[in-house]
Design a protein around this ligand. Structure first.
Ligand code: ADP
Ligand code: ZN
Length: 520
């Protein structure tokens, strides 16, 4: 006798009702059909395969790249009385053998397997001899080269369709734009699968992207004014910076801990569990933190560095406000971020094809930073979702961005790059525009160029804003082989020739001039 899906939900998991669209997904699998589930993180993907695995005869095989989480998941299931186990490289030979025996004799409801293990002939053999309820492919976007988490092991998962045609498969992911979705379908051979797509909108999250001046002070002010004693995550690009910022926040009277892959496992585990258990703790982390973190009352996610892509931004900010209560996604973003990420990208080992994809992704992220219309609409459009009206809960909706005709300023900024030989970084170019007669200017005789001192109508922050937007829009590129020198792109010609005008956003600069630094 198999139990009904609803009674498993009630009796085993202790939940009164399914969330949309769990029930339909569960029924699809129980009936033996494939499915593809796109649901934001925290939406409740696990039950979509756990319940059918219990309901159907045989064992459900879950393929997950997150070895570190398998133990937790298996423990949690065991608590509920579900017979679950895992096979991965952390087990010794004897332990693995025992689990294999349990599988063969039908004693398991769920078995978690790492993708690299699955394709070993020994494992495939084992699966052939066992009764299988289903395959669940978690984090299915890992199969996509367009996605941000590509894992070559995932490519091999097409063998599941070939070798086990009678076993239903479910692929699950929280991250999928159109292209990733298509790649998942192609590579995992899910053409016949029913697709369940849950909206990506997180209306309770307020999105804000602010111009970086003195990032740490801005962060402190943000937390102080809006999230005193709230739990939050602060993302930084480097390990060193997470430690610096955490220490600094503590000195300012906040309760903050660093988290990054360079800390030893014990410290990491301790910081993570303190974050989950204590109230109002701030974790200052690299992107190593968060995969699989399920803390409902994270009230803010702050970025001190720009994420590499819109997907990453969405996933990281998505860790805020899972309980549905108001939460803030706050980011400080500046010229240096653009330079740093472009540099990392260009000096990375990837091949040209890969770099081109990364460049497009970064450009989309920059686009989101620079837009003057609703952030949420742009964000959702990236995931192929239309929000008909501006959201009213992002910075650009709350404080409409002023724009200005920057044609003249842009021409000056571009000419300055040209006249100084396309060999200098933004700080020097601004010095020239402002007519600063300093040593470097003298050394290169730039006081004699026609652009010297022609830009005094704007201040240093305004010029930074102009250059940042010109780089973000691709009129200028940053040459990493020349120490971050700015160079003109083809696309700026029409502006230089006076054939096109250009409108830029007017950055709202925070006023506290005593704290103002020009560092970014
Ligand atoms: P995802 O894998 O999509 O990130 P999870 O499967 O981890 O999400 O579920 C997120 C949280 O929501 C978990 O704490 C889970 O127990 C809870 N949850 C899932 N489905 C339901 C439901 N139908 N009713 C109540 N809570 C649920
Ligand atoms: Zn909006």
């Amino acid at each position: 006798m198999t139990k009904s899906a609803l009674s498993i939900l009630n009796d085993t998991f202790g939940y009164p009702a399914f969330r949309h669209p769990q029930q339909e997904v569960v029924e699809t699998l129980i009936s033996g059909q494939d499915s593809l589930v796109l649901m934001p993180t925290g939406g409740g993907k696990s039950l979509c395969y756990q319940i059918p695995a219990i309901a159907r005869p045989g064992c459900g095989i879950v393929i997950s790249p997150l070895i570190a989480l398998m133990q937790d998941q298996v423990d949690a299931l065991a608590q509920l009385g579900v017979r679950a186990s895992y096979l991965n490289s952390t087990l010794d030979h004897n332990q693995a053998w025992q689990i294999e025996q349990q599988l063969l004799s039908g004693e398991l409801d769920l078995l978690y397997i790492a993708p690299e293990r699955l394709q070993q002939p020994r494992t495939l053999n084992l699966l052939q001899q066992s009764q299988l309820a289903l395959f669940a492919i978690d984090e299915a976007h890992c199969v996509s080269q367009w996605g941000h988490d590509f894992r070559s092991d995932y490519l091999q998962l097409s063998i599941l369709a070939e070798q086990f045609p009678q076993v239903p498969r479910i692929a699950l992911t929280a991250t999928a734009d159109q292209r990733t979705r298509q790649e998942i379908v192609e590579r995992l051979q899910l053409h016949q699968a029913r697709q369940f797509i849950v909206g990506f909108d997180r209306p309770n999250i307020q999105y804000r992207i602010t111009q970086k001046q003195n990032a740490k002070q801005q962060l402190l002010r943000f937390i102080h004014n809006e999230h005193q004693n709230d739990a939050g995550i602060v993302y930084c690009l480097s390990r060193k910076k997470t430690e610096e910022v955490a220490t600094w926040l503590c000195q300012q009277g906040m309760n903050a801990l660093p988290y990054h892959a360079g800390l030893n496992a014990q410290v990491r585990a301790e910081h993570q569990s303190r974050f989950l258990r204590e109230d109002g703790l701030i974790i200052v982390a690299t992107i190593a933190f968060g995969m699989g973190i399920d803390k409902p009352d994270v009230r803010f996610v702050a970025h001190l560095d720009l994420p590499k892509s819109v997907e990453a931004y969405y996933q990281e900010t998505g860790r805020a406000g899972r309980d549905g209560q108001p939460a803030t996604a706050w980011m400080a973003y500046g010229f240096q971020d653009v330079v740093k990420l472009k540099q990392m990208l260009e000096t990375s080992n990837g091949n040209e094809h890969h770099k081109r994809i990364e460049r497009q992704k970064l450009d989309a992220m920059l686009g989101l930073c620079e837009i003057t219309s609703c952030r949420r609409q742009t964000l959702l459009r990236y995931f192929a979702e239309e929000l008909p009206e501006p959201c009213g809960n992002c910075d650009t909706c709350l404080t409409p961005v002023e724009t200005w005709d920057a044609t003249e300023a842009t021409r000056k900024a571009l000419s300055c790059v040209f006249r100084t030989g396309q060999r200098f970084g933004v700080n020097h170019l601004i010095d020239v525009l402002l007519g600063k007669d300093n040593a470097k200017v003298k050394q290169f005789r730039h006081e004699q160029t026609s652009t010297f001192g022609i830009g005094t109508e704007l201040d240093i922050n305004q010029w930074r804003s102009v250059y940042r937007q010109l780089v973000a829009r691709g009129f200028i590129h940053v040459d990493m082989d020349a120490f971050g020198a700015l160079k003109l792109s083809e696309s700026c010609r029409p502006i230089l020739r006076g054939e096109e005008t250009i409108t830029l956003r007017r950055d709202v600069l925070e006023k506290r001039s005593s704290e103002r630094k020009s560092g970014n």
